[in-house]
Design a protein around this ligand. Structure first.
Ligand code: TYM
Length: 339
């Protein structure tokens, strides 16, 4: 059942419009999406149904959904080549998610690190059941399109394992229906850490001012955040797994992910230099990434109707595939076909 378009394997990925997109989202996901789009048949969605697993202000969610889609395009996703759409525009995502929810063992869901982390921050009374069932919805996103590859940061690897396990379970119980997807992590930047706390993953929902560089940050502000990044009291500039040196390692990783240079070349380039030089170099390449992205973003937002037309075309293309897969899965599970 492999998905093919001119024999190209299929790719699917998404980002939640639950906050401001960060350079972590860019380096872990978006940059890879752009890089693979000529080689694969790519589907990129704004996963608004995932965003509501924690409470969202309705007007803000609508605004962030459009903003996220515009950022995909501004980062270099070409809608002539890739399919860009909004998850909730395709009801098949919710429908398959329910079918998969009914098959997903509670034990598997309870083991998800992201659920454990997010639910630990709330009381039992305020955690929505969607937060627990979230991986089944993500599995539906991927399986509906028979995706072969899923480019994500490494925090999503466990959800990919879950998706494969669930697809296998379905195929075993009801017959070969879904393609088993593989995860695709970038070589550098699969886990960008917080600038203010380099032992925690950079996150769009962290409130502190110097935690994350947002893709739409004012450039001077972005530079300031990098210059204020936490480092350590050593002097040597080299990659390291040492927890104590996580701040410098994170800056070097961001530099590597943006420039594409090898670790050896980077370390020798910074030999005999200080942390101030490292921060300036990282700030320069972060700003160099943000500047053209923001220019294109502003153009897109000013082009009346363009973004909506991209999302409409994307919806039509994605719906055709998703509806076919949904129908097949429903038939396999024993639902009576509607006449
Ligand atoms: P989300 O919205 O948390 O993050 C979107 C993408 O950005 C990556 N990412 C990072 N990469 C490196 N360093 C970081 N600090 C960092 N923070 C985030 C994430 O790994 C992800 O690739 N469940 C997903 C969204 C989703 C999805 C899907 C992904 C829903 N359905 C289907 C792939 C396929 C999520 O919450 O991502």
């Amino acid at each position: 059942m492999a998905a093919e378009n001119g024999n190209k394997p299929r790719v699917l990925s998404g980002i939640q419009p639950s906050g401001n997109l960060t350079i972590g989202n860019y380096l872990g996901a978006l940059k890879q999406w752009v890089a693979v789009q000529h080689d694969y048949d790519c589907f990129y969605c704004v996963v608004d149904l995932h965003a509501i697993t924690v409470a969202q202000d309705p007007a803000e969610l609508r605004r962030k959904t459009r903003e996220s889609a515009a950022i995909y395009l501004a980062a270099g996703i070409d809608p002539e080549i890739s399919t860009v759409f909004v998850q909730s525009h395709i009801p098949a995502h919710s429908e398959l998610a329910w079918m998969l929810t009914c098959m997903a063992p509670l034990g598997w869901l309870n083991r998800m690190t992201q659920f454990k982390d997010k639910s630990a921050k709330q009381s039992q009374e305020s955690i929505g059941a969607g937060l627990l069932n979230y991986p089944s919805l993500m599995a539906a996103d991927i399986l509906l399109y028979h995706a072969d590859l899923v480019p994500v940061g490494d925090d999503q690897n466990q959800h990919l394992e879950f998706t494969r396990d669930l697809a296998q379970r379905f195929n075993h119980l009801y017959g070969e229906t879904f393609t088993l997807p593989s995860v695709m992590n970038p070589q550098a930047g699969a886990r960008v850490m917080g600038l203010d706390n380099p032992t925690a993953k950079m996150s769009k929902s962290e409130a502190s001012e110097n935690h994350a560089v947002f893709l739409l940050d004012d450039l001077a502000r972005a530079r300031k955040k990098v210059m204020r990044a936490v480092t350590d009291s050593h002097r040597e500039i080299r990659f390291s797994d040492d927890r104590e040196r996580a701040g410098v390692n994170n800056l070097l990783t961001i530099y590597q992910a943006i420039t594409g240079e090898t670790q050896e070349a980077i370390e020798s380039g910074f030999a005999n230099k200080g942390y101030g030089d490292l921060k300036r170099a990282v700030a320069d390449c972060v700003v160099g990434t943000l500047e053209p992205l923001q220019a294109r973003y502003n153009e897109l937002m000013n082009e009346a109707g363009y973004l909506d037309s991209v999302l409409k075309i994307g919806r039509e293309k994605a719906a055709d595939i998703a509806n076919d897969t949904l129908k097949l899965a429903q038939a396999r599970m024993g639902f009576l076909a509607s006449s």
